[in-house]
Design a protein around this ligand. Structure first.
Ligand SMILES: Cc1ncc(COP(=O)(O)O)c(C=O)c1O
Length: 407
């Protein structure tokens, strides 16, 4: 987007067009076949049901909609989140205290974004600070880096590295001015899971170069096999329970299929969380009190999460039957996307929409040219499409068959 007005912050011109805006530009001029029901697999918005108790709790607490909710959330919410973290990652007693180490957020996107304003100083090593992120990347990370005045550095996460970015191998000139690293495990879109060893090396790097480490774990509950480890677990496992500079992000959007409830939390460094809450007092929008009540119950319930995971497992089995040996198909370790190597992701997206009424996202819209100065400026997503396996099994069966027939 360009602007010639003198009134805007010129930094805003660095914001790339959002992927879904680009997708509309690509597909809106085309008409899908009238004989087929369109199926959208472009957006990571789970379509599985959420527990009935969500509606019941919202209704029972409806008298609280008249109250301004506190940015720190309710004690009940903070405790439910802390208890879940301790259970899920087998954390030692005392490592996470609900009131010190947990801050709620109205969905993690905004919290991930806001964190850049806390973590990025005006300069680091007397230069423009760098914010590192994997490439492909969740767009929020890049927008946050730019809005906070940093240079986003896109570190390719390629198949040959198990789709995990190699931050430690970056040039010293980048690492020295790195203020913040965004990392996502399981990764959107490739589903790669970082093991404890990877996480511990990344934590050690954050200590060495004194940058804030954000670990986005919003897909942590959707996995195939062993539960993906988390950054707090890595701290506990290494015996180093110092959480300074470390923040993890968890959301109910994918875990509990309530993307519209807008509820998640940040956990980690208590001093950063104090600042986070402080900044939220100025410009944040905490979740309504009935939402905190429903969210607390969701973090305390595992039954719906187990059932949800089983639904995804069935659909990935199905995808394996329909697509195996094609498009570099693999079952992701975590998350709910297929990341398919179709040769030319944008052309395949057009073809799928025009011929099969299937909407997917070109990998190119989630990636950008590698700017780490490693001599390879390729954008690592161009060959791929991202397929969100978010619909019920019957719909996915139809969609996967159409993909296999069309490409
Ligand atoms: C990698 C990643 N992080 C964070 C989010 C934000 O989720 P929410 O704001 O619903 O918690 C998303 C949503 O799609 C995502 O894909």
């Amino acid at each position: 987007m360009t602007s010639n007005t003198q009134f805007v912050n010129p930094r805003m011109a660095e914001l790339p067009d959002y992927p879904f805006e680009r997708l509309r530009g690509l597909l809106d001029p085309l008409a899908p076949p009238a004989s087929l029901d369109p199926i959208a697999l472009s957006l990571g918005e789970p379509q599985h049901p959420y527990p009935d108790f969500v509606g019941e709790i919202l209704h029972a607490n409806r008298h609280l909609y008249g109250k301004y909710p506190p940015v720190a959330g309710t004690p009940e919410f903070r405790q439910a989140a802390a208890d879940w973290l301790i259970r899920r990652y087998d954390l030692p007693q005392g490592m996470i205290e609900a009131d010190r180490h947990i801050a709620p957020c109205a969905g993690t996107r905004e919290a991930l974004f806001r964190t850049a304003f806390i973590a990025v100083p005006p300069e680091k090593a007397r230069q423009r600070p760098a914010v590192l992120m994997p490439n492909p990347f969740y767009q929020c990370y890049a927008g946050a880096a730019i809005a906070a005045g940093a240079e986003p550095i896109f570190v390719s996460a390629l198949a040959e590295n198990g789709f995990l970015p190699d931050f430690a191998n970056l040039d010293e000139s980048i690492l020295a001015r790195t203020a913040l690293v965004y990392f996502c495990t399981p990764a959107n879109p490739q589903g790669a899971v970082a093991d404890l060893d990877y996480l511990n090396r990344l934590i050690a790097l954050s200590r060495q170069y004194r940058f804030t480490l954000v670990v986005d774990e919003c897909y942590a509950e959707i996995y195939n096999g062993a539960p993906p480890p988390g950054a707090l677990q890595a701290c506990a496992a290494s015996g180093d329970q110092d959480l300074s500079g470390i923040l993890v992000f968890h959301s109910l959007s994918k875990r509990s299929n309530v993307a519209g409830l807008r509820s998640g939390f940040v956990a980690g460094d208590p001093e950063m969380l104090t600042l986070y809450r402080r900044l939220s007092e100025y410009g944040g929008n905490p979740s309504p009190l009935p939402v905190y009540a429903a969210a607390s119950a969701l973090w305390r319930d595992e039954e719906h999460v187990v059932a949800n995971r089983a639904l995804y497992a069935e659909k990935f089995d199905l995808a394996e039957r329909v697509l195996s040996n094609r498009f570099g198909f693999y079952k992701p370790e975590g998350g709910f996307f297929l990341w398919l190597d179709v040769g030319d992701g944008e052309a395949a997206t057009v073809e799928l929409w025009a011929r099969a009424a299937i909407k997917v996202l070109p990998g190119a819209y989630l990636t950008t040219a590698d700017n780490t100065g490693n001599g390879n400026e390729e954008s690592p997503g161009d060959r791929y499409i991202r397929v969100a396996m978010v619909h019920e099994k019957a719909v996915m069966e139809d969609a996967l068959a159409r993909i296999a027939q069309t490409l």
